[in-house]
Design a protein around this ligand. Structure first.
Ligand code: ADP
Ligand code: MG
Ligand code: MG
Length: 250
């Protein structure tokens, strides 16, 4: 479903990603782990299409299409969704309006008509109740004045409403409390399906107690230095990232 080949990316002055190779099949959940500053968020942003980074080499294909050649909105239209570590606030735009607009933009891209109001409201009601969110939040500006946990829930609500084909969640070092962790985990687990793939970026193993990944990759210095199954995450929890120094020394 997603294939990344020899991806190199940089900001204005530094190369951050130095040759990433990654293949994710439909139905799989992959975790990206690694120490602070290893490039995890950068990788997530480059997949989603944030233009703060310049790709200098390599390719990303999604369902056989060249993702790097697409603008961020086109990627969303193809079914790529990114949940940010720090969700943005959008003053003056109600949550409800934002969600419906985002859904309709994806539908338009797929040649589908806009969602009808009753259908939208029904779907919203269903998801709000599943996530334990107050309906009143839908008339407030997107994320404005929301607590950390509320923002997290709101990201998961967006994901549940949009039903992306590829979900990228950046949870790095955000010190989520246990409730927020469970919200994220339930949201991801609810979306698990043979047609969907998920990338969960996390600094800590804790989240993976709730979301059991098919593969775990360790990023260090902009490269994937180890990949394994879920036991790799447990090993990292016990032994930390110390092995990276040993790797670097050899
Ligand atoms: P991680 O998410 O693994 O903690 P990041 O991808 O956020 O790592 O950052 C990797 C490295 O790139 C860090 O050294 C960081 O300071 C740098 N970096 C990330 N984004 C930018 C940016 N927009 N401008 C300059 N440096 C950046
Ligand atoms: Mg970081
Ligand atoms: Mg990060």
């Amino acid at each position: 479903m997603l294939e990344i080949k020899n991806l190199h990316a940089r900001t204005a002055d530094t190369e951050i990603l130095k040759g990433i190779n990654l293949r994710i099949a439909a139905g799989e959940v992959h975790a990206i782990m690694g120490p602070n500053g290893s490039g995890k968020s950068t990788l997530a942003h480059v997949i989603a299409g944030r233009d703060d980074y310049e790709v200098i080499e390599g390719e990303i294909t999604f369902e056989g299409k060249d993702l790097l050649g697409m603008e961020i909105e086109e990627r969303a239209g193809e079914g790529v969704f990114m949940a940010y570590q720090y969700p943005v606030e959008i003053p003056g735009v109600s949550n409800k309006y934002f969600l419906r607009t985002a859904m309709n933009s994806v539908r338009e891209h797929r040649g589908q008509p806009p969602i009808k109001r009753p259908e939208f409201l029904e779907l919203l009601k269903e998801n709000l109740s599943r996530l334990g969110m107050d309906k009143a939040m839908m008339d407030r500006s997107v994320n404005e004045g929301f607590s950390g946990g509320e923002k997290k829930r709101n990201e998961i609500l967006q994901m549940a409403m949009l039903q992306p084909k590829l979900a990228v969640l950046d949870e790095t070092d955000s010190g989520l409390d246990i409730d927020a962790l469970k919200i994220v985990a339930d949201g991801v687990n609810a979306l698990r399906s043979p047609e969907r793939a998920t990338i969960v970026v996390t600094h800590y193993q804790r989240l993976l107690d709730y979301i059991v990944p098919d593969r775990v990759h360790v990023l260090s210095g902009g490269k994937i230095v180890r990949s394994g199954d879920k036991s790799l995450a447990l090993e990292l929890e016990q032994n930390g990232y110390g092995f990276l120094q040993e790797l670097a020394a050899t």
